[in-house]
Design a protein around this ligand. Structure first.
Ligand SMILES: [Cu+2]
Length: 182
């Protein structure tokens, strides 16, 4: 585990259909991504207009033992890539509380993930490193995640909302409205 906490880049994936964990080195990443996009077409993907098929990338910065921004708004049913950047001089962990249960995830970056029966349970992110989690939020609701390292009182919130139809034609990948949780 600790050997993965360099800044070397790794790609992991977990799939609920078989529950196994795969590790790919970055050198085969392109091939893997091509294979995934080529075969992983779902009903949801074919239902969206082309502009919405792009992965929505959202960023969380970890600094001074805080997750920013929080709460973070994510659209249900759409593929998102949550990028976590650790700007602190210490190791942090991303521990999702329930909301990634039984969801397929693809992990990229310099983090070290731990998987359980229900999928991703913990992702360690080295100082100055980054890790991304690509997944498709399924169920709307308010979810929490935290860092469980000793002495760290770090809690973040993720709000999964229905994707608003009225914003789908704006042509901006980040048009997801941020006023819902105000
Ligand atoms: Cu921490």
């Amino acid at each position: 585990m600790t050997s993965l906490l360099s800044h070397q880049r790794h790609l992991f994936r977990w799939d609920p259909s078989n529950g196994d964990v795969s590790l790919f080195s970055a050198i085969v990443r392109t091939i893997v991504l091509m294979a995934m996009y080529g075969s992983a077409t779902t009903l949801a993907e074919t239902a969206w207009p082309a502009v919405e098929q792009a992965v929505l990338q959202v960023e969380v910065v970890i600094k001074a033992r805080q997750f920013q921004p929080s709460p973070l708004l994510l659209p249900a049913g759409r593929e998102v890539e949550l990028v976590l950047k650790n700007q602190d001089a210490e190791l942090h962990a991303f521990v999702p509380l329930r909301f990634l249960d039984n969801l397929a995830v693809h992990i990229d970056g310099s983090g070290a993930p731990q998987f359980g029966d229900r999928g991703l349970v913990r992702l360690l992110i080295p100082s100055g490193g980054w890790a991304s989690i690509r997944f498709r939020p399924q169920t709307t609701g308010v979810y929490q995640y935290r860092c469980d390292l000793p002495g760290h009182q770090m809690l973040g919130q993720i709000v999964v909302e229905s994707f608003p139809v009225s914003h789908k034609s704006e042509g901006q990948d980040h048009s997801f409205p941020h006023d819902i949780v105000q």
